[in-house]
Design a protein around this ligand. Structure first.
Ligand code: SAM
Length: 477
């Protein structure tokens, strides 16, 4: 969830499913407008940044297209969380160079790789005209002026900012779920993580502007709001209201018309009982918490500079489990971090069995430039990292299967997100973020439908629409 690291299409949707994708209707005169294409890599924050960049471009008279062949201006919004993700960008740039050798296009690199590599990108990929990190997105109109004037090697790379990228020009592609960034940057400096170096210092948006945007989103027909931040629960209200994060969650959930609210990513260090109380109090707050643990060994956690021990983390889990609602819990885990012994790894496996997560996003440790851990020895061999990852995935698969099978026979509200034409199946999510497939119709996209679970696998549920006299509701706009 919070950290779904998938390659996202231009619409913000995973590429394999049919979604409620709004048709791009050219405004009058737009047919002749300059065209752009944005490809986004990485987390939801990147997806949402791309939506804001797209809004800025549309406001300048550009027209979005679905592929780079039709575009005059091509943007890559990049991720550098692991080496593979960063290298992927350069291989895409190489392919573009080859494809458009005769007819070069204007290419811009945005996001974390832009910030991390800076002007070195021009050396490796001379066809690139603009390199801009996320902390400089507020300057995009000015940078685009320079690109449009034909200037080459335009950069926006300063990290010295206390501004958030607030804009009303966001061009959201999902018609019912809206991302909303409430805190940008990160000051945590976990020893493995490149984010503080690529996204700049932590800066929170004032509660009034967040709540205003939520109200606007409901007016526009959105029913699910996902509050985003690298460490979303470290949000601090810079306005005189001084709301706590839990109070903000409650206020967002109380906005009339908001049906579901999610938030990601929470850091265990700032995860407080009032967040659980807010979830218990407000039905619109989804019964789901993403709480990355990274490792089950206190020794490794100390080397990672995470700021909590295994025992302290388990106390947070107990707090979530003590809620009146059954709250599903997901996590992120890194295997093979510098100095991780077999015994440390076994502590992670035992944590999995204790917590019984509903979903786990797991990664092999990848050394990143300029991070504290870049100075440690990357002591676990690649093969061993692979072995540990495979073991962890298998243990977690069995846990998820067991937990999902306990749901067979129960009924859940499912918000339909897509439709698989070949199988004639609607695909949606419960508030606990479980994927449910059930026989349906394309017109159900965006509707909340009661579904009875008939079968369960480790990664999804299968169901049938429950008695229509329940509370199915047309939540579409
Ligand atoms: N800011 C969030 C936090 O600190 O929990 C998550 C940020 S990151 C986009 C998502 C996940 O990528 C992390 O939780 C971690 O598990 C993983 N990750 C980050 N740096 C990594 C690295 N150097 N190697 C492997 N995985 C990494």
């Amino acid at each position: 969830m919070g950290t779904e690291l998938v390659q996202i299409s231009n619409t913000g949707a995973p590429k394999h499913e049919e979604r409620a994708k709004p048709e791009v209707i050219p405004q009058s005169g737009e047919r002749n407008a300059r065209t752009f294409y944005i490809e986004t890599f990485g987390c939801q924050m990147n997806v949402h940044d791309s939506e804001k960049v797209a809004g800025t471009l549309v406001a300048r008279g550009y027209r979005p297209v679905d592929n780079h062949a039709d575009a005059e201006l091509i943007f890559y919004n990049t991720c550098s969380i692991r080496e593979k993700a960063a290298e992927k960008v350069f291989s895409h740039l190489g392919a573009l160079k080859k494809a458009y050798r005769q007819n070069p296009k204007t290419i811009a690199v945005l996001g974390c790789v832009a910030q991390q590599e800076g002007e070195r990108i021009f050396e490796r990929a001379p066809q690139v005209s603009l390199v801009c990190g996320s902390a400089s997105y507020t300057q995009l109109p000015d940078l685009l002026d320079q690109v449009e004037a034909g200037k080459r090697r335009v950069t926006g790379l300063s990290l010295d900012t206390d501004e958030c990228f607030e804009t009303e020009l966001t061009r959201r592609d999902n018609p019912f779920r809206a991302y909303l960034t409430i805190i940008e940057g990160c000051d945590q400096r976990c020893s493995f993580c490149v984010v503080p170096m690529t996204r700049g210092p932590e800066r929170s948006r004032p509660s009034e502007t967040i709540l205003d945007e939520c109200r606007r989103l409901v007016d526009e027909g959105y029913i699910e709001i996902q509050l985003l931040g690298q460490i979303v629960n470290n949000w601090r209200d810079p306005s005189s209201r001084r709301l706590s994060f839990a109070e903000l969650l409650s206020r967002v959930a109380e906005v009339p018309g908001v049906r579901r609210v999610r938030f990601t990513t929470s850091h265990p260090r700032y995860f407080t009982p009032d967040i659980v109380q807010a979830i218990d109090t407000h039905p619109a707050l989804c019964d789901q918490v993403h709480l990355p643990v990274q490792s089950g060994s206190s020794r490794v956690l100390a080397r990672m500079l995470r700021g909590y021990t295994r025992e302290e983390y388990l106390e947070k889990i107990n707090c979530v489990r003590s809620a009146k609602r059954a709250i599903s819990i997901s996590t992120d885990i890194i295997v093979g971090f510098c100095g991780e012994s077999n015994e440390d790894f076994e502590r992670t496996i035992s944590l999995l069995e204790i917590v019984e997560y509903d979903q786990v996003f797991s990664f092999k440790y990848s050394p990143r430039p300029n991070t504290p851990a870049a100075g440690f020895e990357d002591s676990v061999a690649e093969e061993e990292k692979g072995r540990r990852l495979a073991e962890l995935l298998e243990r977690q698969r069995l846990i998820q299967l067991r937990r999902n099978q306990m749901l067979v026979g129960q009924e859940f509200e499912v918000l339909v997100e897509s439709f698989q034409t070949r199988l004639q199946q609607a695909v949606g999510r419960t508030t606990s973020n479980r994927v449910v497939n059930f026989p349906g119709e394309p017109g159900w996209i965006g509707r909340a439908i009661n579904v009875r679970v008939t079968a369960a696998g480790p990664n999804s549920l299968v169901g049938v629409r429950a008695d229509q006299s329940f509370s199915d509701s047309a939540a579409t706009r």
